[in-house]
Design a binder for this molecule. Sequence first.
Ligand code: MCN
Ligand code: CUN
Length: 789
Amino acid sequence: MSANGSPMGFGRMRRKEDARFVRGRGTYVDDVRLPGMLHGAVLRSPLAHARIESIDTTAAEAHPKVQAVITASELAERGLAWMPTLSYDTQAVLASDKVRFQGQEVAFVVAEDHYAARDALALIDVEYSPLPVVADAGTSLDESTVVIRDDLKDKQDNRIFDWEAGDKASTDAVFAKADVVVAQDVLYPRVHPAPLETCGIVADFDPIAEKLTAWSTTQAPHAHRTLLASVLGIPEHRIRVISPDVGGGFGNKVPIYPAYLCAVVGSMITGRPVKWAEDRSENLMTSAFARDYHMRGEIAATSDGKILGLRVRVLADHGAFNCTAQPTDYPAGFFHIVTGSYDLQAAHCEVTGVYTNKAPGGVAYACSFRIAEASYLVERLVDMLALELDTDPAELRMRNLLRPGQFPYVCPTGWEYDSGNYPAALELAMKTAGYEALRAEQAAKRERGEYMGIGISCFTEAVGAGPRKHMDILGLGMADGCELRIHPTGSAVLRISVQSQGQGHETTFAQIVAHELGISPDEVEVVHGDTDQTPFGLGTYGSRSTPVSGAAAAVAAQRVRERAKLVASAMLEVSPSDLDWERGRWFVRGAPTIGRTITEIAAAAHSSLELPDGVEGHLDASCVYNPPNLTFPYGAYICVVDVDPGTGQVKVRRFIAVDDCGTRINPTIVEGQIHGGLADGIGMALMELMAFDSDGNCLGGSFMDYLLPTSVECPPWELGEMVTPSPHHPLGAKGIGESATVGSPAAVVNAIMDALKPFDVRHADMPLTPAAVWCAIQGRPLRSDLAIE
Ligand code: MCN
Ligand code: CUN
């Protein structure tokens, strides 16, 4: 322990960054105020699909406080009317020909203050001719359906891609010999990450230095800089992206949004800094959504409950532009990890991506690149199979879970899982839950006409993208750099490429260095979120910070340690091979009292001491970490619910979550990540929904309509811990940031379906609002994502 009680490495420790957050001293983009700063506001389309006949900005330009009104024609002059997306599509920065979703950006006003900018929007006159709207992915490929992306040459329909994984022939063969096949349409509805802080930028273009400084809410500052350079044509060394404190991201802050470019252009036109800060409705209605996967799953098994294979067909609604963020070769993300935690013989999945007149974005929301959808589907199917076989769902899972001896395990769609002990995790969850007693309680309650349900979910995650050989985004290989400087007095600065949005990197990354060097985390300053101050890397999403950047930090610290050994050998006048390491200190083997601490060695490395050949001085080191594989955290969850059949109201009474993310750097932070993800899961299972009407009107534009879970809906979490280190990560750590969001919705839905078993309900789609549960009990499941009828 250090003087203030923090561990000298891994272990529970309060978050360093909270000292400023709990005092209200964080600095978010909207806190940035520059001299002469102007304010931007976006005029958005009220219609989901319409031709733009004309845009008249005369009255807005005449507003005394307005400095500039930007439309697509101004942008076109600069070659900026359209921008590339992360999925090799193009997106209109400001609409010129058509609007393609409600809320699409049409014009950008720059004014002296925020209010004037907003007022001036009302002075812009846009004439629209409405077009037929595609609000339902299910109709997007019908022959009579209007083509949304007629801007794309040769585009005759709304298909974006067809993609498949796994082996079709062997899967069909397995299905042909199966005793039981269960098939079900399962919708993972469109939801939204809804971070506490909405998106925004302050763009400051210096016309003399021709340098752009952009303070923006981004999860990936370096990737944003590269993208801005290629889109704007400004050389990359003259762009600085600063991502100050970020108030939640959950994937929402991965893309570059049109208004960011408009703010930059606004700054170029006016010669003054321009701030644009999104409001809540803009964030909900127009920024990166998640899910919207329309899945048909089939599971095949023998009559004694050996699961054989899985067949999946998906219609993926990507909205009006294909802006989803995932590695290039994976248009459906990592959806094909759909075999989950089970030992299957074969699997095949096909995914078709389509355009609709809905907001673009996609993937975001603690999803591990579509593993959220995959995991939910397979866990629903396993439960339906248990129902069909009249087997206990825990027993069915136990029979089919991968065994510890099978790792490293290559699943039928090609992923190599690194490590795990799945049966032990489920056993621990069942023991913590008191599974047998819960089943007895349920039986007794059913006798009395009370409806209690127990739901299980076993999931496997795949987080920490690269390796760079197989994974890139827009050609940028997925590896991350890190630099570690050791000051003459022995304290350290760690510069990392990833960017915390609330995950506590300033603490855990300091703990990694502390662990490797035997100093206190309080002596390690973590610098991130500024491209001028940190090495290149692809940023934080897909829970890759610990698996990739955390590994880089560990390796850099190990390099410091090795250099320190050489310096210590000079100090002690012994051969390096005679030195041993113990926390924070090199000492002479066999003479433990003779040694030098890292602090002493750092001083010597900066002194006039003659150093061995090949050691230039100082202890600094860097690393670019290219992960050899993803890490595969997993978990076993059990949810207990009570359902009121009269009202359809669901109460989540208990939630048991056993997670294995390998070595835990800071168990308190890990548990915090799990708590948040479990709340997400309850939210998606019970209430979160981005619905649309048949005209493409978004029905989730405020927190009155888009419901978020609160502590009221969440039970006291009961967490269990397993630690199976990743064999290829230098610390044995796997990511944890999305596990609970991925794993928990299925546990909640499975519990509700279990409660409704006496009503012969097999499946109902999320969100299981009281109305949806009530309709399911009445035998009329609700299609909740479309308010068409
Ligand atoms: N950690 C640890 N031991 C491990 C694994 C992780 O102590 N074995 C710690 C890490 O060092 C880090 C935190 O747990 O402080 C999360 O680490 P990791 O799993 O590496 O995930 P990232 O840091 O890359 O965070 C991304 C992940 C994603 S993709 C989403 S989405 C999400 C999530 O994190 N968004 C969040 N959790 C969030 N939490 C907050 N508060 N806000 C968000 O926007
Ligand atoms: Cu998919 S949400 Mo997180 O990977 O930023």
